[in-house]
Design a protein around this ligand. Structure first.
Ligand code: SF4
Length: 367
């Protein structure tokens, strides 16, 4: 059993972000902790979780979980693990923004049981951070990394965004070098996507920003692949790189379709072919939970055909790949000939060139 907590609070909305967030200057930490623990109590004895005596991972994502008061975080972890203990060596992750990290906070997170931090860096270029509406400076990043390590949190992941509009003149190789100099255990790299109903979506609609070209996207994806695998990282999932042994256990649970429970506004949960999701907005979710109602907004049961397509998609996005016989022999041959896949040990794995075409290849295989 894996547990996800969605902590929705952010200082302001970044230009590209369409996540379920609540912009708050003062974070209602105690109210959030009360509501999330009340939601946990609704679920902890549900028969779906009976077979899982311990939590394999706990992940606080957002939003910006590092804005939550450490005492509230401590209370949440303590409350949940009193009912369902963490398995030995369980991964307990907190997503943090660099400006929120201080020596005191990092020590408090460690005391609350956090043993992995995923830091939202995105870039070290001040102009890029400003354009993104990020609230941290480039100098905040090394300070945050030192505070996290000094507090005894050894497992550190950095998030970066690539494929930015050409007019920003972002030097992707320079950003990668600065990230590597901090010696992270793990890196998550995401290509910028233009989502409707975001500031970026509106800038693009008004013609003020031009999304990056496909060529630049491909160039930066392959540059990162070459640079990071050359430095010893394993490119183990289309967007994720890890030092061997530091692969994200929580994220891998999603890719294996392991059972997970999500708490908090907009959180998703899944067991087998059943999945459900919570009310998206913080105020509505909190109101429902505090009124003794369920926070669930909807649910679905996947048909076997949809499960098969999802298995294909999840398998191909990781370097574990899929069994060779999951895909027709002529298609396998054409992917191998094109350099989009490799085969070994009875499995087919996409190459970096293949991952650039992931959606199209899954559609071919499923069609
Ligand atoms: S900090 Fe993260 S969740 Fe919050 S607005 Fe920015 S990208 Fe979105």
């Amino acid at each position: 059993m894996h547990l996800y907590l969605h902590v929705p609070f952010c200082a302001r909305r970044c230009g590209y972000c369409d996540f379920a967030i609540a912009v708050r200057r003062d974070v209602p930490s105690a109210e959030y902790a009360d509501a999330v623990l009340a939601e946990w109590r609704r679920w902890r004895d549900d028969s779906r979780w009976g077979a899982f005596p311990a939590l394999q991972t706990l992940y606080a994502g957002g939003g910006t979980p590092s804005r939550l008061a450490p005492e509230a975080l401590h209370r949440i972890v303590e409350g949940i693990t009193a009912d369902r203990p963490l398995a030995p060596g369980a991964e307990v992750t907190l997503e943090a923004n660099p400006e929120d990290v201080s020596a005191d906070r990092a020590r408090a997170w460690r005391a609350a049981g956090i043993n992995r931090v995923s830091l939202g860096v995105q870039s070290f270029d001040p102009a890029v951070l400003h354009w993104m509406h990020r609230t941290h400076t480039a100098q905040d990043v090394p300070r945050a990394v030192s505070a996290i390590r000094d507090a005894g949190i050894a497992n550190l992941s950095l998030d970066l965004i690539y494929a930015l509009p050409a007019e920003l003149n972002r030097d992707w190789a320079w950003d990668l070098n600065l990230a590597l100099a901090l010696e992270p255990d793990h890196l998550s790299l995401y290509g910028l996507t233009v989502e409707p109903h975001t500031p970026l979506g509106r800038w693009v609609d008004r013609g003020e920003v031009r999304p990056t070209s496909d060529e630049r996207y491909v160039e930066e994806f392959l540059l990162a692949h070459a640079r990071l695998t050359g430095a010893g990282f394993r490119h183990y999932e289309v967007s994720n790189y890890a030092w061997p042994g530091r692969e994200a256990v929580h994220n891998a649970a999603y890719w294996r379709r392991a059972p997970y429970l999500g708490l908090g506004p907009s959180a998703h949960s899944a067991v087998g072919d059943r999945r459900w999701w919570n009310v998206r907005e913080w105020a509505a979710w909190s109101h429902a939970i505090q009124g003794g109602a369920s926070g669930v907004a909807g649910e679905e049961r996947l048909e076997p055909a949809a499960v098969a397509v999802e298995d294909l998609y999840l398998g191909l996005r990781t370097d574990g790949g899929v069994p060779l016989d999951a895909i027709g022999a002529p298609l396998v041959r054409s992917w191998l000939d094109a350099g989009w896949a490799s085969q070994a040990g009875g499995r087919l794995r996409l190459t970096a060139e293949g991952w650039l075409r992931l959606d199209a290849l899954v559609a071919q295989a499923a069609g």
